[in-house]
Each structure stands twice: as structure tokens, then as C-alpha cells.
Design a protein. Structure first.
Lengths: 695, 385
């Protein structure tokens, strides 16, 4: 993308020493300090960082949309050579949405639910270019075609809620591009979407920016996405840019300890839970008013030197040998970048799985949805949330359940935990059948031995009770300990187990960070010596550096207690790292299951292949096969006939007699417990190439 | 007739309120001293609206408490020479000043307004509180279980809401109906809810710890049925709690009319909170539904409920005023503000003796204003958290 811009072209956007503060009551909270960057025409700049680092504030600052409490307190933003600080409100208004456009995280929040899509799209050229209605309509339809939406005329007549999340985001992108902006700001545009849908959007954005020559600022927490979409990258930490440079330079030869910490805490293809565990960044992001003097990362840095790193504010220092590569670290020339930090675990003994603990055989869960609540009667439809699920999980084994939203993985978890009862089939915990006993009917022992870690750290603890009382209540419920004092001791021991200070006993959940809350969630799940722990995306809502710490903690406890873990996730890189066996689900079916090695190597199920190709990997040495799935995940209310995946499968034409559309394929054994739900013949499967190759 | 003049009136009224001023000063001093430890009350003092709300409400609360010290005369005493006396007039016999004049039955308007506060500030909060407990006890299961339970309860709530309130009150205080058992049956049912609520509350929490459970249950049952006996059967063995039959009618009517409103709010909140992970977490460890409703969900609904209760006390105050104005429920001699406004408005020449109706009207308005300000600033605070 870079080669479009001539070498001596004027930059689209120049940000010089930008500082933004928020003013709340009497306090000034600095959100961004001394931020500089330059974006050339046609260039894509990625801004990465964890939550609270100020990356979105930079984007909003460029839009000059800081609400009434945010203020630019220093520095300048020049757009196409003009200082935006000198522009009048009217000028800024005409700039926004025409020259600079922004795409937000939540597509539904960016669209007006009361207006038809077509009307919203047409507004852009009508307002900014004062064209005729017919012309605006024409342009909107063309743009909908450009963002690869099927049947644009029908889309124009739909309301936003009638479209899926991926389609809505495409509409938002179309709206942003309608005015042919010079600069496009994307603030986590795919975070709310499923991975295969995300891959489609990323592909689209790349293609469109190449076609229209638009410059982009791509704000994300996902390093893999940045690698796929951007030319240059700026890493932010605690309100400051800590490192900036060309994507390949920063990825291959990072020169700031924080950047390295980030890379070490994400599961890249080389990581292995036994041989090369993840290394989390110790400590926590400092609060804005408690930032240390000198290097903000100092307190968490392995290379911190007193008197040098905390002496004075550190400027951006150029890195020799690279073009435009800067780092905010005074010691980057002295650091041994290949050494592992002291105290980090380097190896762990692989665990031997024991006897089967959980056996699921031909489990089905159907929901009856009445067409009309009051007068429904016979018209009810059946939603098949789970269809013939069979698998088993052994002691101290981690079984990952992978799938996108609506694949039935949460329903499966609910049935296992007894929040729902199965429609057919059996679930055996130990040697007890539990599929039709709801949680209230289960005895204490059964309830305590299958527990759950929830996804959303901000929701998993009751905000009204103290941390200690919530754990004690769980102990009470599981009849652990004879009296109140014994339970309290056990609770303190649990806090130790999840590596939290004992003082947290009296804290309320709102005083804890996301990672700490999730640790409490883990402590609660293991309180009654659970045999099986269902972890529903336990780290997906956490920041990268915290993710690694919580993942390691979960595995440590699991190792110690010989617990069986069912790890529900949509993120195949985490799954490859953590799981012993993998189950891939699609629309209620298990489409493929086997050991982690079997799943990640060919032959694949076509859906697994697409999923693998969709995950962004933050490693420049990885070459991926490019597979983008067409269409959307079908609704479970109206599933396709035959194979559940046939509507999006790219191998469908290789199966004779359109068998895929007629019959559900059998679950075939491909050897050593590797099962796949597919009609494809053995010779087609044998010809499949690996999706991910490390060069 | 001699008079103390407008300056004398102001100084006189300010002086009569001395217990209130002392109490307010103590309250303010306490708040300033312990602001950070007081939580919500401390935060209310961050904005002018909050300060205004707290001060007005506290003013009327203290007035009600110290009414017997503030009011110079019993509200029923008639001093015949003072009939329709001007504000500030001096009683020639005793030399006592009728600070806000006399009404057409020659009673001291000032004393009546002060004692009126006592009636309003007992019935309105108490009725609202019971309505709140009824609404919570029915709204939580409706929102949590949904389906059949919700359909039945929501239908009943809609029935009550669809019935014209004033007509309901007319019916309830009609002598024919008053003589039947209907008001007592209603009181018997509605006042049972608080007892059920607290028993369930303690039972679900301390089931595993019987030593605590028995104490709490015993206290709840004894106190609950003592008040219950006093209110419903007027048979308090200690003779402390008693209520006039017509006041009981009003009380029951107000509770009955405002519980469906609380029910709807609680039901909505419960439906929202039900989807949170901590509710699922409680379910997965096998908690009883009532434990989840009362201990996991209810505390997290407290913000909107506190705001709503505050506003609802205001509505109830107005409702009581309306009932008094129509002469429903309260005795003809009662000093409550609604009756006083009615009496004041029926004077032959309203323009000449305007203070008789205006004073209680102002009192009522200021109390409701204070409650609304309080609710407003609490809403602000709950949005911030």
C-alpha cells in the first residue's frame, strides 16, 4: 500500500506533541501526552494498546469530538497542512464525515434504528455534496455493491435491525466511504464481530483503501489485525506512544520492553503450554493520576534501572538502522532482547490425562419457540440448539469447544451445568447421569463438582457484595468447612491460590480491575474442588497482558487439582495453546473433533479451515492461506437443509449429487479419534494443504 | 385587634421553629464532618439541588417530629375571638400571637399546619414503604420467572392501574363499604406482605446457619405481628400502635393504588438483572430462586428503587392532599393539609382570607418540591456509579 504515495508527497495528517486531558470535578486527568504521528496519503497507521491507554482518545481528538469534559491542552493536529485548531466550528463540521470519516466498534450504535439504511446512506452525499436525490441513491447503491453486500436495492429498503452485525458494519463502512474521505478512522471496527465475519471486513477495508487511496488510522488491541491491515504501527501505553515504526520493523525488532511484553503474552504459533509458556507482564496499568515519574512502564519493566529510567520524562529516541522507528526507552541499546525475563516459567511437565470424567452421548437440546405468545397453539417452531453432541473429557484434560456466536456452545454449557435440561441423549459426570436433573435438583456434591468461569469480568461478581462474602457464600453452599471461621480460612486460602492479596476480602468488586475480578471468578469455580470446570471465554474480555496471566493461572490450578476443563472460545490461537483436544461446533453440530495436533493440521473440515485462516496472527514469519467465507452464519431458527455448513462451504462442488444439500453427513472417523462431519471423499481431504505455515 | 406586623410574624415563626433549626444544624455539622464516610448522603451534598432537597425534606421531617414543641396551640382548640383573624393578630385574652392568623373556625392556622405535617409525614412514607414491599415481593418473581407467573401478576397489576383511583377512594370511604369487612380484609392482605418479605429474606440467607436464622425470624415475627395486630385489628396489646378506622381506609387505599407502580418497576429491573452473569453464577451453585431474587438481584436494583420511592412519597403526599380536599377519609377536624386547604378555600370571601388555604398549600408544595429535588440528585448520583 505504501508504494502508492510518492516519496515527497505532503502528509494527510500530522500530529505534533498532542496532549489531551479530561476535566472531572476539580481534577485534570491527562489521557494522552506528547503524542506525535504522521500519516501519508494511502498509508495505514495502526494504533495498538490496552484499554485505558488513550488510543481511542487520540482518534476522537482528531475528530475534535471530545464531549464537553475533554480538551486538547497542547500540541497541534494538522490535516492536509492546515491546523485544525484554527478552524471554525462550521469548517470542522464540513470536514467531518466528508474528508475525515470514523467507524466505531458497535455498528448498531452508529446507525439510526428508526431510519431505513438507504435514507441514512443518501444523507451523506446530499448534505456534503448537495447532489440530487437520484444521484445520491445511485451512489449509495454502488457503494453497497463495493462493500460486497448482496442485493443492494433490498438493503437500501431495510432497517438496521433487520441486518446482521457483519452487514451493519459493512453499511457503516459504506457510509464512511461515500464521501470519499482522505482519512478514515477505524476504532476497533471488528471487535464486536465473529472471526470469520471479521476476516471478511478486514479484507474489505484493505481492498477499499487500496482502491480509493484512503489513508487509515486503525485503532485496535489486536496485534494480528494490525499486521494484516497496516503499514506503520504506534504502540501506546498509559497515555503515551512508546514505540512507533514500520509494522515489520516493530514486529521483528521491537525496541521497547512493553512492546516485547505484549508479544510475549499472546499465544503465537511457537508457544506451547508445556515447553514455551506465555510470559505475562507483571503489575497493572497505572491510574492516570498515579503515573510514575520518567518512564510510565518503569514499575512493570524487567530492565528498570533506578536513577536512569525515573530521572526525567523520556523523549522518543530514534532506533538506528530503521527508517522512522522510534522508542520511548532510554536503555534499548543495552538490553538483551532475546533473554527471557527472570522468574518466568520456562517449562512444565506435561500432564497425563486419566479416566473419563465427563461423557456426553448424542446430546440434543431443542427449544420450542411459539409463533405467538398468547394465541400460538400449534404454530410453534423448534430451534435445534444442540444436535447429536457426543464427546468425552478425561481427568486433567483441557477440551476446547470452538465456534462462533450461535453455534450452540453456550447452550451446551447450560445443559452441562443444569441450567437447562437436555431434550435427548445423556451426560455422565463420573458415573452419574445428569442430563435431565436441573441444578436445583442436583445434590451438593454434583453441583460442586461441575462449575463455571464466566466470560464478562464486569458481570461475574455481584457488585453489591464484598469479594470475601461472595466466596464464603459459595463455600457455605458447597458445605465446605464446618463453621464460619473455617470457611473464612478456606476463603483466604483461595485468595492465595489465585494470587490476590488477602486484603481483597473486604473489597467491593468495583474496586477491582477486570483481571482481578476474573481471578475471583476462578477462585469461586474451584471453591468446591470442582472436577469439571467450564470456562466460557474466560479471557476474551481482558487485556492482552492480563489474558496471559489469567490463562496461566487457570492452567496452574487445573494441573494442581487434576481438573477437567472445558474451554469455550472462538479464538483458535488461545485454543491451540491451551487445549489438549478440540471440538469445533457450527450451528449446533460438532463438525470436527480430535487432538489439537489433528485439528490444526490437514485434513481439515472446511469450516475449521476457514476459521484457522480467519484468525489474525501477529507474527511476520507466518504465511496463511487466504480463505474468506461468503455470506453469514444462518439463523438457528431457519437452518439450511443437509449439512449445516453447506451454505458457505467452498468444497461443496466436489461432492456429487449435491449430497451436501440433501443429507446431514455422518461423523466420520479419520483415524485416532479424529472425527469430521463431512461428505468430502478421502482423496479430496488428502489433498488439503496446511493453512498456517511458519517460514 | 392588635398585630405584631410582618417583621414580627417572620421573627415569631423563625423563633417557634427553634428545635428544627437546632436539629438541622446538628445534621449539617454531622454531614460536613463525616462527609466521606456517609456514602450516598455525603454525595448528595455535592450539588446545590441535593443540598436543597435534603434540607427541605429534613426541615419537614423535624417539624413533624417536634410538632408539639413548635405549635403553640392544639390544632383543634378554638379561640372564638380569633375567627378569621389576620396573620400576626394578638389574642386579647392570653396575649398569644396567631402568627398565621385564625381560620373560620377560629383555630390557629400555624399550629394546624405544623400538626398537619405530622399526619402527612406519617402516612405518606409508611404507605409508600408498604407499597414498596408489596411491589418488590410480587415484582421480583414476575420478572425472574416470567411466563405464567408474570402473566397473572401483570394482569392483576394492570387491572388495578386501569381502575380510576379517585373512584376507588370514593368507594372505599363510602359508609356502606366502610361498615363491611372489605377494608379490613384488604389491610389484612396488604400488611401481610412485609412480614412475608422479611421472613423470606432471612430464611433464604441463613438457612445454613440456624443459630442466626431463629433470632432474626423471631424478631421479625414478633415485631411484624405486633404492628399487624395494631393496624388491622386495632388490638395492640401494649396500646401503642393504633389507627383510626377512616385513616386505615386511606392508608389501605393508598397502598393498594401505588403498589402496581412499584410492581412494574421492580419487574422491569428484575428482567434486566436476571441476564447478568452473577445471577447465572448463583444458579450454577444451586441457589434457591428466592435467594437469588432477594440477595443477588434486589441489592442491585436499589438505585432506581430509592429514587422511585422518593418520588412516590411525593405523589402520595399529593394524593393525601387530594383526598383531604375532597373530604375523603380524614375526619372533619383533622389538621392535615388537604383538609386545611379545603376549609380555607370554602371561606366566604376567599380573597380576604386567603392565608387560611394558602399556608397549607405552600407547605404541601414545598415538601413535594423537596422530595423531587432529592430524587433528582439521587438519580444523578446513581447514574455516576
Amino acid at each position: 500500500m505504501n508504494d502508492i504515495a510518492p516519496k515527497n508527497a505532503a502528509p494527510i495528517l500530522e500530529i505534533e506533541n498532542l496532549s489531551i486531558s479530561f476535566f472531572a470535578r476539580a481534577f485534570e486527568i491527562p489521557a494522552v501526552m506528547d503524542f506525535s504521528c504522521t500519516v501519508m496519503p494511502g498509508e495505514a497507521m495502526g494504533i495498538v494498546g490496552e484499554s485505558g491507554c488513550g488510543k481511542s482518545t487520540v482518534a476522537l481528538g482528531i475528530m475534535r469530538d471530545l464531549s464537553n469534559i475533554g480538551k486538547i491542552v497542547g500540541g497541534r493536529i494538522k490535516f492536509q497542512g492546515r491546523d485544525m485548531g484554527d478552524m471554525s466550528d462550521a469548517e470542522l463540521r464540513s470536514l467531518r464525515g466528508s474528508k475525515i470519516a470514523m467507524i466505531y466498534q458497535e455498528p448498531m450504535a452508529s446507525l439510526n434504528p428508526a431510519m431505513k439504511v438507504g435514507k441514512q446512506l443518501m444523507e451523506v452525499p446530499l448534505i456534503h455534496e448537495k447532489v440530487s436525490k437520484a444521484e445520491a441513491h445511485q451512489r449509495s447503491v454502488e457503494m453497497l455493491k463495493a462493500v460486497r453486500l448482496p442485493d443492494p436495492e433490498r438493503m437500501m429498503r431495510s432497517y438496521p435491525h433487520q441486518l446482521s452485525g457483519g452487514q451493519q458494519q459493512r453499511i457503516v463502512i459504506a457510509m464512511a466511504l461515500l464521501s470519499k474521505p482522505a482519512l478514515l478512522l477505524l476504532d476497533e471496527p471488528t471487535t464486536a464481530l465473529d472471526v470469520t465475519v471479521e476476516a471478511g471486513i478486514v479484507d474489505l477495508v484493505k481492498d477499499l483503501s487500496r482502491r480509493y487511496g484512503t489513508s487509515m488510522i486503525f485503532v485496535s488491541h489486536n496485534l494480528g489485525l494490525i499486521l494484516e491491515t497496516c503499514d506503520r504501527i504506534t504502540v501506546m501505553y498509559s497515555g503515551e506512544a512508546v514505540e512507533t515504526g514500520a509494522v515489520r520493523d516493530v514486529f521483528d525488532r521491537m525496541r521497547h520492553p512493553y512492546t516485547q511484553g505484549l508479544f510475549r503474552s499472546i499465544p503465537l504459533p511457537g508457544a506451547d503450554k508445556n515447553k514455551r509458556p506465555l510470559i505475562a507482564i507483571p503489575g497493572q496499568l497505572p491510574l492516570p493520576h498515579e503515573r510514575p515519574k520518567g518512564c510510565n512502564f518503569g514499575p512493570r519493566c524487567h530492565h528498570f534501572v533506578k536513577g536512569l529510567c525515573d530521572a526525567a520524562e523520556i523523549p522518543m529516541i530514534p532506533v538506528s538502522g530503521h527508517d522512522n522507528h522510534f522508542s520511548r526507552c532510554v536503555r534499548f541499546n543495552e538490553i538483551d532482547w532475546s533473554a527471557t525475563p527472570p522468574g518466568a516459567k520456562t517449562q512444565a511437565e506435561p500432564v497425563k490425562p486419566g479416566a473419563p470424567v465427563l461423557q456426553v452421548a448424542d446430546l440434543r437440546k431443542y427449544y420450542r419457540v411459539a409463533a405467538n405468545e398468547v394465541f400460538g397453539g400449534g404454530e410453534g417452531r423448534v430451534v435445534k440448539a444442540n444436535e447429536s453432541i457426543s464427546f468425552e473429557a478425561r481427568e486433567s484434560e483441557t477440551v476446547a469447544i470452538v465456534g462462533e456466536s450461535g453455534c450452540g456452545k453456550s447452550t451446551l454449557a447450560k445443559v452441562l451445568l443444569g441450567l437447562e435440561t437436555a431434550s435427548a441423549g445423556s451426560v455422565k459426570l463420573g458415573n452419574k447421569e445428569i442430563q435431565s436433573t436441573g441444578v436445583e435438583m442436583r445434590d451438593v456434591q454434583t453441583v460442586a463438582s461441575i462449575q463455571m468461569v464466566f466470560q464478562n469480568p464486569f458481570d461475574t461478581l455481584n457488585p453489591s457484595h464484598t469479594v470475601g462474602s461472595q466466596i464464603i457464600r459459595t463455600l457455605e453452599k458447597f458445605k465446605v468447612g464446618k463453621n464460619a471461621e473455617e470457611r473464612r480460612q478456606k476463603m483466604l486460602a483461595l485468595l492465595d491460590l489465585v494470587k490476590l492479596p488477602r486484603a481483597f476480602e473486604t473489597r467491593k468488586p468495583r474496586q477491582l480491575s477486570g483481571g482481578q475480578k476474573q481471578r475471583i471468578g476462578v477462585a469461586r469455580a474451584f471453591a468446591g474442588n470442582a472436577k469439571v470446570v467450564v470456562a466460557d471465554e474466560p479471557v476474551s474480555a481482558l487485556d492482552v497482558s492480563v489474558q496471559a496471566a489469567v490463562t496461566e493461572l487457570l492452567m496452574d490450578i487445573q494441573r494442581k487439582n487434576k481438573t477437567t476443563m472445558l474451554f469455550i472460545s472462538h479464538d483458535l490461537s488461545v485454543v491451540r495453546y491451551i487445549a489438549d483436544r478440540v471440538i469445533v461446533m457450527y450451528l449446533g453440530y460438532i463438525v470436527e473433533q480430535g487432538t489439537t495436533d489433528q485439528i490444526f493440521a490437514p485434513p481439515y473440515h472446511p469450516y475449521t479451515e476457514a476459521l484457522l485462516s480467519a484468525i489474525p496472527i501477529a507474527d511476520t514469519s507466518v504465511v496463511k492461506k487466504h480463505i474468506v467465507l461468503e455470506g453469514e452464519i444462518p439463523s438457528a431458527m431457519n437452518p439450511p437443509t443437509g449439512c449445516p455448513f453447506q451454505t458457505r462451504c467452498r468444497y461443496k462442488h466436489l461432492v456429487p449429487d449435491s449430497l451436501c444439500e440433501k443429507e446431514v453427513p455422518p461423523s466420520r472417523d479419520l483415524g485416532q479419534g479424529h472425527r469430521s462431519l463431512c461428505w468430502l471423499s478421502d482423496d479430496v481431504l488428502a489433498k488439503m494443504e496446511p493453512v498456517i505455515t511458519v517460514t | 385587634m392588635e398585630s405584631v406586623g410582618s417583621f414580627g410574624i417572620i421573627v415569631g415563626i423563625a423563633a417557634r421553629f427553634w428545635p428544627v433549626w437546632i436539629a438541622l444544624a446538628l445534621l449539617l455539622a454531622g454531614v460536613v464532618r463525616y462527609k466521606r464516610k456517609l456514602g450516598l448522603l455525603g454525595h448528595l451534598f455535592d450539588s446545590l439541588i441535593g443540598i436543597g432537597g435534603v434540607l427541605i425534606c429534613a426541615f419537614w421531617l423535624f417539624t413533624a417530629i417536634f410538632a408539639h414543641w413548635i405549635a403553640p396551640l392544639d390544632p383543634r382548640v378554638q379561640v372564638s375571638v380569633m375567627k378569621n383573624a389576620l396573620p400576626g393578630a394578638i389574642d386579647p385574652e392570653t396575649g398569644m400571637v396567631f402568627l398565621l392568623g385564625g381560620d373560620q373556625l377560629a383555630r390557629d392556622v400555624f399550629s394546624r399546619v405544623i400538626y398537619g405535617a405530622r399526619i402527612v409525614l406519617t402516612i405518606a412514607p409508611a404507605a409508600t414503604l408498604i407499597a414498596l414491599l408489596v411491589g418488590i415481593t410480587l415484582g421480583l418473581p414476575a420478572g425472574y420467572f416470567g411466563r405464567g407467573v408474570d402473566h397473572v401478576l401483570s394482569f392483576l397489576a394492570n387491572l388495578v392501574l386501569a381502575f380510576p383511583v379517585i373512584l376507588l377512594f370514593y368507594l372505599l370511604v363510602t359508609p356502606g363499604i366502610m361498615e363491611t369487612a372489605i377494608p379490613y380484609v384488604m389491610a389484612g392482605v396488604l400488611f401481610l406482605f412485609p412480614i412475608i418479605f422479611f421472613c423470606t429474606l432471612f430464611y433464604t440467607r441463613y438457612k445454613e446457619r440456624p443459630e442466626k436464622l431463629y433470632i432474626y425470624l423471631a424478631v421479625t415475627l414478633v415485631v411484624g405481628f405486633w404492628i399487624y395486630a395494631g393496624l388491622v385489628f386495632n388490638a395492640d396489646p401494649l396500646g401503642i400502635i393504633s389507627i383510626e378506622p377512616n385513616e386505615l381506609n386511606i392508608f389501605v387505599a393508598v397502598v393498594f393504588a401505588s403498589s402496581p407502580g412499584v410492581f412494574r418497576i421492580v419487574r422491569g429491573l428484575a428482567m434486566d438483572i436476571k441476564t447478568r452473569d452473577y445471577v447465572s453464577a448463583a444458579q450454577t451453585r444451586g441457589e434457591h430462586p428466592w435467594y437469588i431474587m432477594l440477595w443477588e438481584m434486589l441489592p442491585n436494583a436499589r438505585g432506581p428503587l430509592i429514587v422511585d420511592t422518593c418520588l412516590r412519597i411525593g405523589y402520595t403526599t399529593i394524593l393525601l392532599g387530594t383526598l383531604g380536599f375532597f373530604g375523603l377519609g380524614m375526619g372533619p377536624e383533622s389538621p392535615d393539609w388537604g383538609t386545611a386547604i379545603k376549609d380555607g378555600s370554602q371561606v366566604a370571601q376567599l380573597r380576604l382570607y386567603f392565608w387560611e388555604g394558602l399556608t397549607p398549600a405552600l407547605a404541601l408544595m414545598s415538601l413535594v418540591l423537596g422530595l423531587n429535588l432529592l430524587a433528582d440528585s439521587m438519580r444523578e448520583q446513581s447514574l455516576k456509579d
